[in-house]
Structure formats: structure tokens, C-alpha cells
Design a protein around this ligand. Structure first.
Ligand SMILES: [Zn+2]
Length: 405
């Protein structure tokens, strides 16, 4: 039986998804062997942190050929440009401020810090994206962020003004080590800022595809506030972000800092308590939604297929792995998945082994229906595919509701 990975508290099972392949692990052949793990979503009774039971070793997920490249999305590029601008304003009056990013990917955020001449460092374990960052003139260490690497950075380069992580803190199983590292590395008046998909939004939309091996934790303001306090921090601000289908940015400062939490933190805490997010009963409706959504989507695809229409997947996203494998949507329903990330093309999706093909093939084929697996980039994709949609091409979306558009 599991206990909470952070506070060792008792845990309850929210939902069992069964055996799943690694979400970002694309196969070279349809017959290739793959690794499966047991995907279970758990709730800590003590700190309210939602977390996975079994975790996949980081070396299995983040390796030389990690397939998520941040800069392939224009919306994300704009988001991180704005973020860099906001953060530089926070520290611009300080003498020689130092900004460190955990999991800097291909430098989509740090390039805006580096080009203005600010001291910075990216901590990135995946070789291919670390190299892409270096090519942009960004200082990088190839490592996982934890207490040990944080102490090394502190000793080599001194204390940090802002420690930032976007869509990465929930990926790190030893969150206690991250918190201790942040505490050791930051100046007393420094900031630990991170943003990740906001779990109450995931619940509202029934977007269970956000749950997969890379996301070990699922944050709410309640759970982040509780964890922050137990590691010598206080949560002083939160700010919703319109990325990844609804994220929340959390601003933590040392408990010794004089900064007081903004009213918005109290508002969210009250709201989440009202939703019952500190007890298992608050999650029952979400569990019902998971099964309903999986079932209705599969029924719709079957019906379209019976009418002899071609359906393909659009966007070989990590999140689509949970959707396709839990709902058992395979090559009998989707002919292929189209994607514009070169390393994925020619490979096969994890678990269901659906071929991944180029965007050119999609344009050539002009399939009648496309299942929008990258639903969080819907607006950007609809702009790009205006001609597909104007020529009778239809998208099937399933978040926030199932519809053909
Ligand atoms: Zn806990």
C-alpha cells in the first residue's frame, strides 16, 4: 500500500486507470516491446496532494530523445515571452539578479532572459533539448533539479532571486527534495514560482487525459499551500494562466520574508474547501465523468466509422496516451495520428500502436473527421486548418465537451 510521497500521510484511491504505457514513448515499429505501469490517482488525507501511485523512473521518461519540444507552439512562445517580461520587472531594481529555471526545455523562456544580459541558468536533464538551449546562448547544466544539484548551483554561482519551473514541478517524484533545494538556493527575499495544470480545472472539464506518468502530482491551491508551509515557505500569490488547458502559477516566498499573501490566495483556498477537495467525496463526480467521457467518445467514433468515414487523430500529444489507451481507441477507429514534430513522424503511438504521420500526409488525405488530441491548442490549430474546415473537414473535440465542429 502506498503512503503520501511528500508527508507520508494516509492515502485514498480516487481512480484506477489500469495498465498504461509511457505516454511520450513512441515506438519505432508497431511490434516493438514496451514498458507498462499501473496508473492510479491517489489523494493524501493529510496534505490533500493528488498523486500517482506507481511512478515510472525518470530515466525512462526524460532521456536523450525526449519528444516534447516547447517551441513548436506559437502560443507557448508568446506565453513565455510575457512571463520573462513580468519576472524581469520583479527583479530589475536588484543588483545583478540571478534567475534559474528548472526543466528549461529548448530555452523557450530563458532565451528572453539571456538576450537581455541577465545572469541565468537552466537545469535540464534531457540532452537533445539542453543542446537546443545551448545553441541559443543559454547557460545550462544537464541535471535533474533536487537538493543536491541546488546546493551545487548555490556553491558555484551563489543565491538565486527567482527559481522558476513551468510544467515541470509536478513531474518530480521527490518533491520534498525540490522544496529543500529551493529553500537552500533562494535569497531570503527570493521567489520560487512554478506553474502547472490546475487540477480543479481538469476536474471541471473531465479532462482526464492530463493524467499520465510524467505528471506525478496534480496541484490545487490547497495542496500547494500545505506543502509550502511544511518546507519553510508561504504561498503569497496565485495567478491563473491560459495554457495547457488551464494552469495556475504559484508564487512562494520564504516564511521569514515580510511579504503577506494576497487576498486571491484566501479566495482560492475557500473555493477549493467548498468544492470538498480535501476529502475523497469531492472527487466522486470527476470519476463518473471520466467513464462517461471515455464511453461517449468511443461510441461517437464507432458510429462515424460505421458510416464509412475516415477518422484520424490530430496531435500526437502525451495526454492522448491516457485517452486512447483507457478508452481503447486503436487503429480500428483512427487510421493514423498526424503531428508536426519531426522525431515522432514514422513512429507508432504508445499502447495502441497507431502510426504517426506528417502534416503533409494529412493535407493530401483530407480525412472527413479529425479527433483533436491537442485540444489545448484548439484556437491555434483551427486558424492553421481554416482551409481543411472550409472544405468539409470536421474536428471532433472532447474537452470541455464532446462535439463535432
Ligand atoms: Zn501528504
Amino acid at each position: 500500500m502506498f503512503s503520501c510521497k511528500i508527508c507520508s500521510g494516509h492515502i485514498d484511491l480516487i481512480h484506477d486507470f489500469g495498465r498504461m504505457p509511457i505516454a511520450n514513448h513512441y515506438l519505432k515499429t508497431a511490434q516493438a516491446d514496451e514498458f507498462f505501469y499501473h496508473l492510479q490517482l491517489l489523494l493524501c488525507q493529510k496534505c490533500s496532494m493528488i498523486q500517482l501511485g506507481e511512478c515510472v523512473a525518470p530515466s525512462q521518461m526524460f532521456h536523450e530523445n525526449y519528444h516534447f519540444i516547447s517551441s513548436t507552439s506559437q502560443n507557448m512562445s508568446h506565453h513565455f515571452e510575457r512571463t520573462a517580461f513580468d519576472f524581469l520587472q520583479l527583479v530589475q531594481s536588484r543588483r545583478d539578479p540571478f534567475i534559474v529555471e528548472v526543466g528549461c526545455n529548448d530555452g523557450i523562456f530563458l532565451k528572453h532572459v539571456a538576450c537581455q544580459g541577465f545572469r541565468h541558468l537552466g537545469v535540464e536533464p534531457s540532452k537533445n533539448v539542453a543542446q537546443a538551449s545551448r545553441a541559443k546562448g543559454i547557460q545550462i547544466i544537464e541535471d535533474f533539479f533536487n537538493e543536491k544539484s541546488a546546493l551545487k548551483i548555490f556553491n558555484d554561482k551563489g543565491p538565486v532571486d527567482i527559481l522558476y519551473g513551468a510544467n515541470v514541478i509536478t513531474h518530480i517524484e521527490d518533491l520534498a527534495s525540490v522544496m529543500k533545494g529551493a529553500s537552500a538556493l533562494l535569497k531570503k527575499d527570493g521567489w520560487f514560482i512554478f506553474e502547472d495544470p490546475y487540477f480543479p480545472h481538469v476536474m471541471e472539464k473531465g479532462a482526464f487525459d492530463q493524467i499520465y506518468d510524467e505528471h506525478i502530482y496534480y496541484f490545487s491551491v490547497l495542496s500547494v499551500d500545505c506543502v509550502a508551509r511544511s518546507f519553510g515557505f508561504k504561498l503569497v500569490d496565485v495567478s491563473p494562466q491560459p495554457v495547457h488547458g488551464g494552469s495556475m502559477r504559484y508564487y512562494l516566498r520564504s516564511s521569514q520574508s515580510s511579504a503577506q499573501p494576497k487576498a486571491v490566495v484566501g479566495k482560492y483556498l475557500q473555493l477549493e474547501q467548498k468544492m470538498g477537495l480535501n476529502a475523497l467525496s469531492g472527487y466522486l463526480k470527476f470519476c463518473e465523468k471520466i467513464n462517461q467521457n471515455a464511453c461517449s467518445l468511443k461510441n461517437m467514433l464507432r458510429k462515424i466509422k460505421e458510416e464509412k468515414n475516415q477518422i484520424v487523430g490530430y496531435g500526437a500529444t502525451a495526454k492522448s496516451s491516457t485517452l486512447l489507451n483507457y478508452s481503447k481507441i486503436g487503429v480500428d477507429l483512427l487510421d493514423y495520428i498526424t503531428d508536426n514534430t519531426p522525431p515522432k513522424i514514422g513512429k507508432f503511438s504508445p499502447g495502441q500502436h497507431i502510426p504517426i504521420v506528417s502534416h503533409e500526409r494529412f493535407v493530401e488525405d483530407h480525412p472527413a473527421y479529425s479527433l483533436l488530441l491537442a485540444w489545448n491548442h484548439k484556437e491555434e490549430i483551427f486558424l492553421k486548418e481554416a482551409s481543411y474546415r472550409n472544405n468539409k473537414g470536421k474536428f471532433i473535440t472532447y474537452v470541455p465537451q464532446l462535439e463535432i465542429v
